[in-house]
Write a new protein. Sequence first.
Length: 342
Amino acid sequence: MAISIEQAIIHEISQDGQGQMRCRLRPQPLLNTNAVETMLEELHQTYSGKAGKGFGFFGTHGDDGEANDEFANALTGYRNGDLGFVEFSGQASKLLQQELAKYDFSQGGFLLMSCYTSMTSDYLFVALLSAKSSMTVLDDMELSQNNHLDLSNIQLAARIDLTEWQADKSSRKYISFIRGRAGRKVADFFLDFMGCVEGVNTKAQNKTLIHAVEDFVAGSELTKDERQQCRNKVFEYCSERADSGEVIEVKDLADELADSGMDSFYDFACGGSYELDEEFPADKASLRSLKKFSGTGGGVTLSFDGGHLGERVIYDPVSDTILIKGVPANLKDQLDRRLKGE
């Protein structure tokens, strides 16, 4: 297993007949059975692979959002040994119930909480899971409908890096969370019940890094191919960091570039006016622009490798046109068929 489970539990939060939110608390932790281990391993992998996560920290009154310290205090009590895991998770369920009661759209769900270790860090995983209906065929070939937890489509989940939280109280990124499909708005209540305040604008930091890289290669004496190699090197480093769940370290990235003959990037990026943090999480979606150009508008979608610009793809900003040399074979076939038909 990639993770070592310490504790795990599930509580249910649902609406009663009067439309009030109620908690049904489990009185003891889940046993570390194969089913529990398989579920948590799947959730760990699914969550780690989610793109575009946000990052934050336990806020205090006065920070942006409706931050409170009850969840953080309860977690501190558990880590100090003053609260048992069941008691801590029960208090967390009550906090979530109170938060859900503020909204009309919520139907509740199953609150899963688990402490586990992965690599060298301890984590607390918190997720509100929903049940999904499915059909199965019984031994007598009759159909039966049942409900199961929808593990592959988690939308309300957060993971607290307990090791980083306790080692660096000034950190603003030890809590990661899944962003709602329409930004943060859908998931605000989930962050508020934990007192989580967004601390790092991941997309903005990644775009700033790209801006710094482009300015760096533009002001260098590198050839066109060497500039693209520099972009590719940055993309590969950041992608590896994203895949392993590690943050981008600008000093480490600069050392990688220096090994390839591109010195002084660290001083250039951190000594300028870029407002780039020393380290921040990777956002692969933003970083793709280092390797590809892409855009959509007016019914036209275009995407091509950055190395083709100026060769196979010629852009003329004056006439607002793009000339493509060597049309892809499958596109050429479609175009030829259309012309013959007309």
